[in-house]
Each structure stands twice: as C-alpha cells, then as structure tokens.
Design a binder for this molecule. Structure first.
Ligand code: MG
Length: 256
C-alpha cells in the first residue's frame, strides 16, 4: 500500500532529513585511514541521539532476515554493496571506498540516505564510479515528477549509466517508499521501461538509491547474513536520498 503523506508529515520528514544529512556529512568528514567501521557507526549513533532521534536500522529485522541488524549505520567497504555490519577489526585503509547508509526516525517519521566516500586518495576508476553513481541518483530524482511513473525513474537511471560505461546496475535491490515505515511501497528499481509502473503523485515520499558495480551486476549475501557483496569481488558504490513528489520539481528531503 502506498501511503500519501500530509504536508505536516512531510514537514517532519524534512526536519528529520536535515538531521540525517548533517549526521552523514559529519561522518563523511570524519572518515580517514586507521578508523574501524565500528568507529563510524558509534560516531553516527552519538550524533543521531544528540538530535533526540532514533537510528532506524538498529535491531531492524525485515521479513526474511535471519537476525536483526546489529548497528545504527550500514558501512559497506569496496566490494560490499550495502548492509555492511560495522566491525571493530575492519580497519579502513587509504584507497578504500566506503558506503555509509543511515535511516533515522524523527518524531515518528523515517528518512533514509546513503553516500559513498573515498578514504584518502582513490583510483581514477573508483573516483569515476562514485561520480557516476551520485549523478545517476540525481538523474533518477529529476525523473520523479508528479504524473510520471516509477518506470520512468529506473529508465532514466539505466539509460544514464549505460551511456557512462560498463557498470553493473544491481537489480535485486531497489529504492522504496519511506516515511511512516523505513521501507514502504512502492519499490523503485534502478532500471525500467518508460511509461510503466505506478503513477507518481504529490505527497509520495520515496528513497531513490542506485547501486553500481565496476564489474557484473551480480551480488551475494555474506556469511554474516546481512552484508551484500559483489560476486566478482569488484567494487561497488551507492548513493541515496529521500525525496518528496510535489506538483513542481521533486524535493530532496535529506539535505542540510
Ligand atoms: Mg533505502
């Protein structure tokens, strides 16, 4: 079921989104070689709680998950695509790329956002992967107008990415509605056909989140039952924003 949000609900999501973006950018600035992925998680959780907000992923257990997610921040390094579990002994080194993905509950409403960050100096190939993935997110957002369809978003992302090079677009994971729950209908795939899928309406709030791989699109779940990794061990990037569909341009709600 798609939940159309009231203006009042969107105001709360916008407020929470501001907190979330500010936390994520602070974690981005904090990232450096020598820190563990658990250090990032602890820092993010401290900052969220300073706002009086709640980390949405901590102990989150979606249908089908073998165990709840044990941290506030998903930290996915290099060939890890998403849902990486922070660990004390996973130490970041120069040249890594690290995805930080955070959900926040603010006054009862949820927002979701992710960035992929370079640790020190990274290769030109990785730098381009991050740039193309972030641009793909914004191409997807631009297509998310009232009256357009969900397939138009995926079509825009897929067409853009294919013109940029040989990237694997992860297709078993997708964006989603967000707000009352952290994951709501509809699914927002990162591929699609123009003019297909449900019609976007004012008041819908969705998370768009392209995940691009340097190699094939294929991914697998690691032994920890959470981390999604590329099967060919090539690197992956992920960017995500929560947006509102309006009568005009889509509004990014996860921004400072
Ligand atoms: Mg999400």
């Amino acid at each position: 079921m798609i939940i159309i949000k009231t203006d009042e609900q969107i105001n709360i999501i916008r407020e929470g989104g501001k907190h979330l973006a500010s936390v994520l950018y602070k974690v981005k600035d904090f990232i450096k070689p020598g820190l563990s992925t658990k250090d990032l998680d602890m820092y993010a959780e401290k900052l969220i709680r300073e706002y009086g907000d709640t980390p949405a992923f901590l102990n989150y257990r979606p249908v089908g998950a073998k165990k709840p997610f044990p941290a506030s921040l998903c930290v996915s390094v290099n060939d890890e695509v998403v849902h990486g579990i922070p660990k004390k002994d996973r130490i970041l080194v120069e040249g890594d790329i690290v995805c930080i993905d955070l959900g926040v509950k603010h006054k009862g409403m949820f927002t979701d956002m992710a960035l992929t960050v370079a640790v020190g100096k990274i290769s030109a190939e990785d730098k381009k992967l991050l740039e193309v993935t972030e641009q793909a997110l914004h191409v997807g957002i631009a297509a998310a107008k009232a009256g357009a369809r969900v397939g138009d978003i995926g079509y825009a992302i897929e067409t853009f990415v294919k013109a940029k090079g040989k990237y694997g677009i992860v297709d078993v994971l997708s964006g989603h509605g967000v707000g009352v729950e952290i994951h709501e209908d509809p699914y927002i795939p990162n591929f699609g056909k123009k003019g297909t899928g449900i019609i976007l309406k004012k008041g819908m709030v969705i998370a768009i989140e392209p995940m691009l791989n340097l190699g094939s699109k294929n991914v697998m779940i690691a032994k920890d039952d959470w981390t999604i990794k590329t099967t060919d061990k090539k690197r992956s990037a992920h960017f995500e924003c929560t947006i509102a569909i309006t009568d005009d341009e889509p509004e990014i709600l996860t921004k400072i």
